[in-house]
Design a protein around this ligand. Structure first.
Ligand SMILES: [Zn+2]
Length: 323
């Protein structure tokens, strides 16, 4: 009897161990960390790994890793605790995902537009939009004029060439030869001029296309910002429920397939650090806070790289730190 009991207990422990092993092997450490994190937040570090880093951001994996480390330190120094740990098979994947948002950000940066996530920022974009639309208007008029001139001259050139080709080659006294040579030279010159004009038109067409792309990027940015600003009003009373939706540059996702932080855009190292720190905050389970300068504010609109008092309170509440 006693032996049977020992065997069954041993068997249970072994099976339980195998089950845990399979769960953790299958899901990385996600499930176990989820369970531990649920029962005692901040007691065990969240393991993370660098996921995919799109090279189009122009930042090396090493630089990305360094910025992530800085973001981690911001929380750890405040908590006096090891909250995150870099591991090859860490549960939380951190990705730099290149999409139209970064493309738009870069395009606007190239024409000197830095997006400021605020009502004033939106007004700035609108002003820029008006001025670019005006520029587009006169450039388009200028180009249309050039093209219509070009087409007329080309048509008359082609008529002259046809006439030239069907000329009567039998009439060739000295005088006529001179006139023919002059006409031949004139046609050749006109051809060179037309080719040069075609180049100019092509160049201006390209500039105009660039301008259209800039207009589209501006419209994109304005739409995003409008959405963000409206969202900040409509979600004001539902702090915590909308995590990841509002800091448009990045998102923290957690589901059965795993946990990840996706960063979509940033226009400066500070913005990247802030969005990473913000999403790490969500990974810890922190809600949004009210101070617009705070890291955990729902909009990434300040430039400070330090936690605000509201961030600290949220962290201490979540982690059960009493000082
Ligand atoms: Zn958020």
């Amino acid at each position: 009897m006693k032996t049977a009991k020992v065997i069954s207990v041993t068997l249970f422990i072994v099976l339980f161990g195998i089950a845990i092993y399979f769960i953790s092997a299958h899901f990385g450490r996600t499930v176990i960390e989820e369970i531990l994190g649920y029962f005692s937040p901040c007691a065990y570090p969240i393991t993370y790994r660098i996921g995919s880093v799109d090279s189009r951001f122009g930042i090396s994996e090493k630089e990305f890793e360094n910025t992530i480390e800085k973001a981690v330190l911001i929380w750890e120094e405040a908590a006096h605790k090891n909250l995150f740990e870099l591991q090859n098979n860490g549960a939380l994947a951190i990705n730099l995902v290149y999409d139209y948002r970064q493309e738009a950000t870069e395009r606007l940066e190239n024409i000197g537009v830095i997006i400021n996530n605020s009502q004033e920022g939106y007004a700035d974009l609108e002003k820029k939009y008006e001025s670019v639309i005006t520029e587009y208007g006169w450039r388009k008029t200028e180009l249309d004029q050039l093209v219509s001139n070009y087409n007329e001259r080309k048509k008359s050139y082609e008529l002259d060439v046809t006439r030239w080709n069907s000329r009567d080659t039998r009439l060739t006294n000295k005088n006529e030869q001179g006139t023919l040579r002059q006409e031949f030279e004139r046609l050749n010159n006109e051809k060179s001029r037309l080719l040069a004009d075609a180049d100019i038109i092509e160049k201006k067409q390209k500039e105009l296309n660039e301008l259209v792309n800039n207009i589209n990027a501006l419209v994109d940015a304005m739409n995003n910002l409008a959405r963000e600003l409206n969202l900040s009003v409509s979600t004001y009373n539902k702090i915590g429920e909308t995590r990841g939706q509002e800091f448009q540059e990045g998102v923290y996702k957690s589901n059965v397939t795993g946990k990840e932080i996706d960063i979509y855009e940033f226009d400066s190292p500070t913005r990247l650090l802030r969005v990473l720190t913000h999403e790490f905050g969500h990974a810890l389970g922190l809600p949004h806070v009210d101070n617009p300068k705070a890291i955990m504010y729902e909009l990434n609109q300040a430039m400070n790289e330090k936690l605000a008092p509201e961030d600290l309170i949220a962290l201490k509440n979540r982690c059960g730190i009493h000082e």
